[in-house]
Design a protein around this ligand. Structure first.
Ligand SMILES: [Zn+2]
Length: 345
């Protein structure tokens, strides 16, 4: 089959990988319809995080082609959303909400396991991992939003849940990438009254406003912190959501969070939490990789109802043959998030 191959920093190209087959009774083979490039794939692409050579891409929706003998709950022909990791959903960690810690689990597109940027994927633990989508004939906009549940929307939602966003809150979202924008949408969905988006890009500001941002702060660093404090009467945000992972974005998130609050962190950390400073402000943090499998069912209902449209974050589209362009567009910041059209329904 045709699939994206990670050869090293700056080098992702289309190539050949073995056709996936059922290897274990709990496996399913999914024919990919839509895949995409993640902000975390960019860390690999830029050589800022290690990645094994081989398969890449951990977000996809597709059609079940084949299911092993032990697969329950999904059957061939069904449209499914894949969370970015697979998990058994029965171990103590999955039951405690940390699917990333599942001893039987693993990640798609890690170099060895098939990736979402390919024609097909062997999905281990398919019955407990894949979420079937009810109904048929979903329009393209809905399919894109379903794809966003695979990672970005679940991750943005995780930031909001971890920070304890509730009705009436003032939320500050640090980061205007796809996850940051989804964090705005998730905050609105959870009832936040005021949502301050930190963004300096006009197109991203516009999407942030469509997703529910009430205020935009264009400044960065100290100036951004002051702007958020000014907007909140000097108090700070009830919840700050860190959706980038750089030293500066982490510092900004903690500086705009009001004393006694919890910062939700979902940006892959490439910086440090200011431990002493947060101690003396009674500020905590929670976060990490989102348990997407746990969030997808509730978010899926809102996508199908048209209540949320996270697929709006895709602003560049191509096919598998042009996967290198999909990475380049994001690397050069011409695109927020690249969609890769792989197959049809
Ligand atoms: Zn588990």
């Amino acid at each position: 089959m045709k699939a994206a191959i990670f050869r090293g920093p700056g080098a992702v190209e289309v190539g050949e990988r073995p056709d996936p087959v059922i290897q274990e009774p709990a496996d399913a083979v999914v024919r990919v319809v839509l895949g995409c490039v993640c902000g975390s794939d960019l860390w690999y692409y830029r050589g800022e995080s290690p990645h094994a050579a081989g398969s890449i891409g951990h977000e996809f929706i597709g059609i079940i082609e084949q299911a092993g003998a032990d697969v329950r709950g999904i059957s061939p022909g069904e449209l499914v959303v894949a969370p970015f990791i697979y998990s058994d959903m029965t171990c103590p960690h999955c039951l405690n909400g940390s699917t990333i810690s599942c001893p039987a689990g693993g990640g798609f597109g890690d170099g060895v396991i098939d990736g979402g940027q390919g024609e097909a994927v062997r999905v281990p633990l398919a019955g407990s991992t894949l979420v079937p989508v009810p109904g048929t004939g979903h329009p393209d906009a809905v399919l894109k939003s379903l794809l966003a549940l695979s990672d970005v929307m679940s991750t943005g939602h995780h930031a909001a849940v971890m920070a304890g966003v509730k009705k009436g809150d003032t939320v500050a979202v640090v980061g205007d990438g796809a996850v940051g924008l989804c964090a705005v949408l998730a905050s609105r969905r959870l009832g936040a009254e005021r949502i301050i988006a930190l963004s300096r890009h006009p197109a991203r500001q516009q999407t942030a406003r469509e997703f529910g941002a009430t205020d935009i702060v264009e400044a960065r660093g100290e100036e951004a912190v002051q702007a958020v404090l000014d907007l909140t009467g000097g108090i700070g945000a009830d919840a700050a959501l860190e959706c980038v992972g750089t030293e500066q974005s982490i510092a900004t998130a903690f500086a705009v969070a009001r004393p006694g609050s919890t910062v939700g962190i979902v940006g892959v950390p490439h910086g440090q939490v200011p431990f002493t400073a947060t101690f003396f402000r009674n500020t905590g943090w929670r976060g990490g990789p989102a348990p997407a499998r746990i969030y997808i069912p509730e978010l899926l209902g809102d996508v199908l109802d048209g209540a949320i449209n996270p697929g709006r974050v895709f602003d560049y589209e191509t096919d598998l043959d042009h996967i290198a362009d999909a990475y380049r567009a994001m690397d050069e910041r011409r695109a927020i998030k690249s969609l890769v059209r792989v197959g049809s329904l």
